[in-house]
Design a protein around this ligand. Structure first.
Ligand code: FES
Length: 79
Protein backbone atom coordinates (compact mmCIF):
# COMPACT_ATOMS: atom_id res chain seq x y z
CA UNK A 1 0.00 0.00 0.00
CA UNK A 2 1.30 3.42 -0.93
CA UNK A 3 2.20 5.82 1.83
CA UNK A 4 0.91 9.35 1.47
CA UNK A 5 2.32 12.25 3.47
CA UNK A 6 0.59 15.61 3.38
CA UNK A 7 2.42 18.51 4.98
CA UNK A 8 0.64 21.77 5.73
CA UNK A 9 3.38 24.26 4.90
CA UNK A 10 3.59 27.37 7.06
CA UNK A 11 1.79 30.13 5.16
CA UNK A 12 2.03 28.01 2.05
CA UNK A 13 0.63 25.05 0.16
CA UNK A 14 -0.28 21.50 1.07
CA UNK A 15 2.74 19.45 0.07
CA UNK A 16 1.90 15.89 -0.94
CA UNK A 17 4.55 13.21 -1.08
CA UNK A 18 3.50 9.75 -2.21
CA UNK A 19 5.43 6.52 -2.24
CA UNK A 20 3.58 5.26 -5.30
CA UNK A 21 1.26 6.83 -7.81
CA UNK A 22 -1.00 9.80 -7.18
CA UNK A 23 -4.13 10.67 -9.14
CA UNK A 24 -5.60 14.15 -8.95
CA UNK A 25 -8.98 14.66 -10.58
CA UNK A 26 -11.29 17.61 -11.17
CA UNK A 27 -14.92 17.77 -10.05
CA UNK A 28 -15.93 15.67 -13.05
CA UNK A 29 -13.35 12.98 -12.40
CA UNK A 30 -10.99 14.01 -15.18
CA UNK A 31 -7.35 13.43 -14.36
CA UNK A 32 -5.24 16.54 -13.85
CA UNK A 33 -1.73 15.89 -15.15
CA UNK A 34 1.20 16.34 -12.81
CA UNK A 35 4.79 15.20 -12.67
CA UNK A 36 4.76 11.60 -11.43
CA UNK A 37 7.27 10.74 -8.76
CA UNK A 38 7.65 14.35 -7.63
CA UNK A 39 6.08 16.06 -4.61
CA UNK A 40 2.89 17.94 -5.45
CA UNK A 41 2.08 21.32 -3.89
CA UNK A 42 -1.62 22.19 -3.82
CA UNK A 43 -2.64 25.82 -3.40
CA UNK A 44 -4.09 26.69 -0.01
CA UNK A 45 -4.23 30.47 -0.40
CA UNK A 46 -6.58 30.64 -3.39
CA UNK A 47 -4.27 32.97 -5.30
CA UNK A 48 -2.53 30.56 -7.65
CA UNK A 49 -3.04 30.99 -11.38
CA UNK A 50 -2.27 27.29 -11.86
CA UNK A 51 -4.84 25.82 -9.46
CA UNK A 52 -5.00 23.33 -8.02
CA UNK A 53 -1.23 23.66 -7.92
CA UNK A 54 0.76 26.23 -5.99
CA UNK A 55 2.63 28.73 -8.15
CA UNK A 56 4.28 30.69 -5.35
CA UNK A 57 1.69 33.48 -5.28
CA UNK A 58 1.12 32.89 -1.56
CA UNK A 59 4.44 34.61 -0.88
CA UNK A 60 3.55 37.64 -2.99
CA UNK A 61 0.13 38.19 -1.40
CA UNK A 62 1.31 37.66 2.18
CA UNK A 63 -0.89 34.64 2.79
CA UNK A 64 -1.08 33.68 6.44
CA UNK A 65 -2.30 30.17 7.09
CA UNK A 66 -3.25 28.72 10.43
CA UNK A 67 -0.28 28.78 12.76
CA UNK A 68 -0.52 25.07 13.39
CA UNK A 69 -2.41 22.07 12.15
CA UNK A 70 -5.44 21.23 14.26
CA UNK A 71 -5.70 17.59 15.22
CA UNK A 72 -8.78 15.70 14.04
CA UNK A 73 -10.04 15.22 17.60
CA UNK A 74 -9.74 18.94 18.33
CA UNK A 75 -11.57 19.79 15.11
CA UNK A 76 -14.38 17.37 16.01
CA UNK A 77 -14.78 19.02 19.43
CA UNK A 78 -15.31 22.38 17.74
CA UNK A 79 -18.19 21.09 15.60
S1 FES B 1 -0.51 28.24 -1.61
FE1 FES B 1 0.99 28.76 -3.04
S2 FES B 1 -0.04 29.91 -4.52
FE2 FES B 1 -1.57 29.42 -3.10
Amino acid sequence: MAEVKITVRKDGPYLIVVDGSLTIVDQEGNAIPHREGRPVALCRCGGSTTKPFCDGTHSKIGFEGATAAVGASEAAEDE
